[in-house]
Design a protein around this ligand. Structure first.
Ligand code: UN1
Length: 513
């Protein structure tokens, strides 16, 4: 392991990185359970190994969390917010260390690793304010001397299933909101990024300990698909918030739906930017290239398609090809590089397979893909971002490939462009680049983009935490992070109070004894 990473682990106080679960300060697991290894895609080395949780471990976690919930929900929301504020401060103190570890374990550029931790800090700040704003409405009762209002109560243990691509930020979006709402959390991180999860658990557990909060409020459980299935099938976990592929989300929705639980799904995207004839092409270039190659195309918000007006198509395609020639691929911890590796060699195989399929369907590659070879790329996970001219209805274009493959599609009219943009099964993020007000407003209207996120003169990725994050159709319909996404983490209760000295019935019904 690199020495800088070892010193980061020391700084984060990680000693028990082989444990299968943590309820706070206590780490545990069956020593004979099978291990899960965390490989860095940066150099292919094993960074750590973690035990996989057993069914007994899981039981213990759920029981602890139920116990902790009884106490946590009684702490006033602003006091819970104060603890989240301290968590945000702990993240500030550890931003460099955690951001570097994210970059090393997941492979995103160091800048994006720091950005990910910044998102965590931002959501903590948001949640602190929110802890004084968990508003319900008041209504006028139809009966005299009656008062009607609604209030929001916590749900209980919230199951958080997160993906490798944002190994820590998406957990924190869920956790910060769930905590101020009075819930406790059980986190199953991606099996590809257990070490960053262990680090976060160390950081947050210390905050709880410093505040004398009994353990079990934030729990970590490491494991594979089976652990996720225990959670999704468990009536004791009223809400499952899951981030990942559409295939995974359908399984989660079916299992949680079968027990009438709540699920919050943030699944695949197939995000497009429309580049209008009235676009600022230089600005569009930055949005398109960052959107397509940032995080090596492994964001759910990554730009996968560019829908370009025929009048600017050739000029913009030429700019793109030139820009792709300048992209530096390599060690993401070296800030001179723009693009790091894919998460693992399976992802590389998937990338190559998608390129083959695209060619078989008639895709014309303006920038060829391929796997980089040589000592600097020994992990076998470094690939070239590529660009192909395609038709929107190619099967491969309809599918989300989690890799830096950018598809170009030509259009004539804005109606056609919007139909193309909407003409995929997914509905997460979308954008239009235009200086034409009419075009921008049409794109944002009810006949425009069908996505959860629709931007003007901004790319598809890099959303701020203040807005609700998520999308429609196969993206799953969930909303996390800002705006009123907190409501998903609470149950609503309507209260009607009679302070009169009679008991009138609603709807004017007479019932005299
Ligand atoms: C994800 O890829 O799952 O909007 C989350 C963005 C980031 C979050 C992405 N703020 O690109």
């Amino acid at each position: 392991m690199r020495t800088e990473i070892q010193s980061i682990l020391n700084k984060l106080g990680i000693k028990a990185d082989n444990a299968a679960f943590s309820t706070g300060s206590v780490w545990g697991g069956d020593a004979n359970a099978k291990s899960l290894e965390s490989y860095s895609p940066v150099d292919g080395k094993i960074i750590a190994s973690a035990k996989v949780a057993t069914a007994e471990d899981y039981e213990l976690i759920v029981k602890k969390s139920q116990e902790a919930f009884k106490h946590w929900r009684t702490i006033p929301a602003p006091k819970r917010g104060e603890i989240v504020r301290q968590f945000g401060d702990a993240l500030r103190a550890n931003k460099d260390a955690l951001g570097t570890l994210v970059s090393y374990e997941m492979g995103k550029s160091l800048q994006e690793g720091f950005g990910e931790v910044q998102e965590m800090i931002d959501i903590c700040d948001f949640a602190v304010g929110l802890s004084r704003q968990l508003y319900g409405l008041t209504m006028h009762s139809e009966r005299p001397n009656h008062r009607m209002y609604e209030q929001w109560h916590p749900l209980g243990p919230v199951g958080i299933i997160s993906a490798f691509n944002f190994p820590v930020a998406v957990w924190s979006w869920n956790t910060a909101l769930a905590l101020v709402c009075g819930n406790v959390c059980i986190w199953k991180p991606s099996e590809k990024t257990p070490l960053t999860a262990v680090s976060c658990q160390h950081i947050i557990a210390q905050v709880f300990k410093d505040n004398n909060i009994p353990e079990g409020v934030c729990n970590l459980i490491i494991g594979d698909k089976e652990v996720g299935e225990w959670m999704t099938n468990d009536v004791r976990v009223p809400l499952i918030s899951a981030t990942g592929s559409t295939r995974m989300g359908k399984a989660v929705a079916a299992a949680v739906g079968a027990r009438l639980g709540k699920s919050l799904l943030e699944l695949g995207g197939n995000n497009a930017i429309i580049i209008s004839a009235d676009a600022d092409l230089d600005m569009s270039l930055i949005g398109a290239v960052f959107g397509a190659v940032g995080t090596a195309g492994q964001r759910c918000t990554s730009t996968r398609r560019l829908i370009i007006h025929e009048d600017v198509y050739d000029a913009f395609a030429a700019k793109l090809v030139k820009a792709y020639g300048q992209i530096r691929i390599g060690d993401p911890l070296d800030q001179n590089n723009h693009v790091g590796p894919l998460i693992d060699t399976d992802a590389v195989a998937n990338y190559l397979n998608s390129i083959e399929k695209c060619k078989a369907e008639g895709g014309n590659f303006l920038v060829e893909g391929g796997v980089l070879e040589g000592a600097d790329y020994a992990s076998g996970c470094y690939v070239r971002p590529c660009i192909a001219e395609v038709e929107n209805d190619f099967k491969i274009v309809q599918h989300e490939t989690f890799a830096p493959i950018l598809y170009l599609i030509k259009y004539k009219t804005l109606d056609e462009a919007i139909a193309l943009q909407n003409g995929v099964p997914q509905g997460l993020s979308s954008a239009i680049m235009t200086l034409n007000l009419r075009e921008a407003e049409q794109f944002l209207s009810s006949t425009g983009s069908d996505c959860g996120i629709a931007n003007v003169n901004i790319g598809t990725s890099g959303a701020e935490i203040g807005g609700a994050f998520g999308g429609e159709k196969e993206t799953g319909g969930g909303r996390e992070s800002g705006s009123d996404a907190w409501r998903a983490y609470m149950r609503r209760q309507t209260n009607t109070i009679n302070y009169s000295n009679t008991l009138p019935l609603a709807q004017g019904i007479k019932f005299d004894l």
